[in-house]
Design a protein around this ligand. Structure first.
Ligand code: XMP
Length: 325
């Protein structure tokens, strides 16, 4: 498949167009793969999930999905990947619990770029180890999409083929590389993927790791994960899911004094971030109803261990970036 989208290629906006794309890709994948095996790093994000669903339809058990839990995923995500792909779609799924490996490597590392490097390098190492355990793999599938080709030479930040050693350089399978994000979602829906996977907000490769500001500790990471889960639950309940582009919580690496049950507390603040953008280059802040902010504050301060304050980040991009590090 060429790397340039032909001018004649119609934008996939309907289920009928998605089904035609799926039929065509299934045939092409079957012809390309034959009776060989394909390996896929399945994060549970939209792109890798759509690639997995396409490959399951095309080659079934010849696809080996590897889901690496690096400990920086959102609450419930590994369980959802297992439920959808192993239990419902009967995929050949290898689940790797690498939580301790990642968190041990990250212990004491406060520099954001160093954290990103460690997460990326360790991901490749874990994936490579799993790849070596599999026999007869001839292809590596990737959820590259058209903006990746336009913006970063076709390399996904967290699926870096260039990082695999020579003897593991498989031929690439990239069935959605000419699609824009909105088209990937239409195809995902037509493939029967659940809405919570198809309409997910963007989530960075280093995951919650860049929202646990500074050196990651397990207890503060849990505060990020639990507060993020409450925020997502309340946004869904209040009709903001799918309306706000990206929303999440951050827990900085400092404590402030508070009071609870007549005693002084020394605990972290949780920062809420909710932004809208077209292309992530600039962003505006969502106007969240004050009552909802109060309710979030009430829930987070009472339900999340080690937290005594909630703040709302009012900063657009510029001058702030979307993430805090
Ligand atoms: P910033 O913070 O730069 O974020 O305004 C813009 C968008 O990029 C996401 N982001 C990342 N995605 N790896 C990723 O895959 C990263 O290291 C990373 N850092 C930021 C961020 O969530 C936002 O959508």
């Amino acid at each position: 498949m060429p790397d340039v989208r032909p001018e004649s290629m119609e934008r996939i906006t309907t289920e009928a167009l998605a089904n035609a794309f799926i039929d065509e890709q299934v045939k092409a994948l079957q012809a390309q793969i034959g009776d060989k095996k394909v390996l896929l790093a399945l994060s549970g994000g939209v792109d890798s999930s759509v690639v997995a669903a396409l490959l399951i339809r095309a080659v079934g058990q010849q696809l080996v999905c590897v889901h690496v839990n690096h400990g920086l995923l959102r609450k419930g995500e590994p369980e959802q990947v297992i439920e959808v792909f192993r239990n419902q779609m009967h995929a050949n799924l290898v689940y790797v619990d690498a939580v301790d490996r990642f968190l041990d490597k990250l212990a004491g590392v406060a520099d954001p770029e160093q954290k990103r490097k460690i997460i990326g390098a360790e991901f490749i190492r874990v994936f490579e180890e799993e790849a070596r355990k599999q026999e007869g793999i001839a292809f590596l599938a990737q959820g590259t999409i058209y903006p990746d080709i336009l913006e970063s030479k076709g390399v996904k930040a967290h699926h870096n083929v260039g990082g695999l050693p020579e003897d593991l350089k498989f031929d690439l399978v990239e069935p959605i590389k000419l699609l824009f994000k909105d088209e990937v979602r239409v195809v995902g829906k037509a493939l029967g993927l659940p809405d919570h996977m198809v309409y997910r907000q963007p989530f960075p490769g280093p995951g919650l790791g860049v929202r646990c500001v500074g050196a990651i500790t397990r207890d503060r990471l849990e505060a990020v994960r639990e507060s993020d889960a409450i925020l997502r639950e309340e946004f869904a309940r209040n009709g903001l899911q799918g309306k706000v582009w990206q929303y999440f919580t951050i827990v900085p690496d400092f404590k402030t004094v508070g009071v609870q049950d007549g005693k002084r507390t020394d605990a972290w603040p949780v920062v809420i971030r909710a932004v809208n953008t077209r292309d992530a280059m600039t962003a505006t802040v969502e106007n969240i109803p004050f009552e909802l902010l109060q309710h979030l504050t009430e829930r987070i301060t009472h339900e999340v261990k080690g937290v005594n304050r909630v703040l709302y980040d009012l900063t657009p991009k510029p001058t702030g970036t979307i993430e805090w590090e």
